[in-house]
Design a protein around this ligand. Structure first.
Ligand code: UDP
Length: 331
């Protein structure tokens, strides 16, 4: 069994790659290393069943090379992180739209199942506590930069859905709610690694907006097995599945939890959104999943609590990174 993981050098992709190799699969990773890193693949670099192709999902030749002989595709490659989307909005939009179209087209030639990773962001400003997959999207103006990510991912979903319905390609969509764990970087905006790094450095934790906005954080290792179960299940094709943890926390409370978990003497500063992200940003006040569908289909049942997640990220940050990783990079 050979799997392709696009974006496999990223935070979630590298955990998925390790998991698939652990199951005995061969894994090809296609990654342009724009936000991903070979360091994330350090544990598997010497594994003969692993191959890294350096290239973009927008490059049809690279996708064809990476997809040769694979049995399924996990399409995770995308421009990610609110800082990335706000700083390079047009590039991000192009990658997220065009990359998915290329992956689906090549998968269609090979007739291999594709799992598309989408995002809870597609629900936009819908604050229903317990968002279900068929719930309405409530998004702002297409001219407000923040929404370009939600729009691109929503269109990707529609493409995956239509490739399934009209062209018969097996596709399954997952909507990831805030997914966290070791290896996630705060560089692109993600709040937990940012808070942990700030707390460990003794810097003030930067709470954007009022801090009353709420999120639910799910450990990456709770998510990864569900991806594998869903792509292997023909009964899942043509559907979208929420994957997340339903434990809510406000960002202000999260900051206090991180300070407590690190024993830091850091304080908290409130930063207006405009200062944090520049113009064109609008936040979501609450985002809570209902994962009944994924539970019923794939037995999805996250077990790691927010406190455990924070502890895992703190422990990782306190462990020095190995240096001098060698890996095979083609393309
Ligand atoms: N956030 C924050 N401080 C930071 C980074 C993020 O207060 O240093 C806030 C951000 O504005 C949002 C929440 O934390 O309300 C989650 O942000 P993240 O970028 O991790 O995920 P998303 O906005 O996609 O849910």
């Amino acid at each position: 069994m050979r799997s392709l993981v696009t974006g496999g050098a990223g935070f979630i992709g590298s955990h998925l790659t390790e998991h698939l190799l652990g199951l005995g699969h061969e894994v090809v990773v296609l990654d342009d290393l724009s936000t991903g890193s070979v360091h994330n693949l350090a544990a598997v670099a010497a594994e003969p069943r692993f191959r890294l192709v350096r290239g973009s999902v927008c490059d049809e030749d690279a996708v064809r090379d990476a997809m040769a002989g694979v049995h399924d595709v996990y399409h995770l490659a995308a421009a990610v992180g609110v800082f990335t989307i706000m700083a390079r909005t047009l590039d991000s939009l192009r990658t997220n739209l065009h990359g998915t179209e290329v992956v689906l087209d090549v998968a269609l030639e090979h007739q291999v199942p594709v799992l598309l990773t989408s995002t809870s962001e597609v629900y936009g400003k819908n604050t229903t506590a317990g968002l279900r997959e068929d719930d309405d999207r409530i998004v702002g103006s297409p001219l407000t930069d923040r929404w370009s990510y939600a729009e691109a991912k929503a269109l990707d979903e529609t493409l995956a859905h239509l490739y399934h319905r009209e062209l018969g390609l097996p596709t399954v969509i997952v909507r990831l709610f805030n997914t966290v764990g070791p290896r996630q970087t705060g560089r692109y905006g993600m709040v937990i690694p940012r808070f942990v790094d700030q707390a460990l450095a003794g810097l003030p934790l930067t709470v954007f907006g009022t801090g009353r906005q709420a999120r639910c954080f799910c450990h990456v290792l709770d998510v990864v097995p569900a991806l594998v179960a869903l792509v292997a299940d023909p009964g899942a094709y043509g559907q979208a599945y929420n994957l997340g943890n339903a434990e809510q926390v406000t960002i202000e409370r999260l900051a206090h939890k991180v300070i407590a978990a690190t024993g830091s003497t850091s304080g908290i500063v409130t930063v207006p959104y405009e200062q944090a992200y520049g113009p064109g940003y609008e936040d979501m006040q609450r985002r809570v999943p209902d994962c009944t569908r994924a539970h019923d289909r794939a037995g999805f049942h996250p077990t790691r609590s927010l406190d455990e997640i924070i502890a895992a990220v703190v422990a990782e940050r306190r462990t020095p990174r190995p240096v001098g990783i060698a890996t095979t990079v083609a393309g």
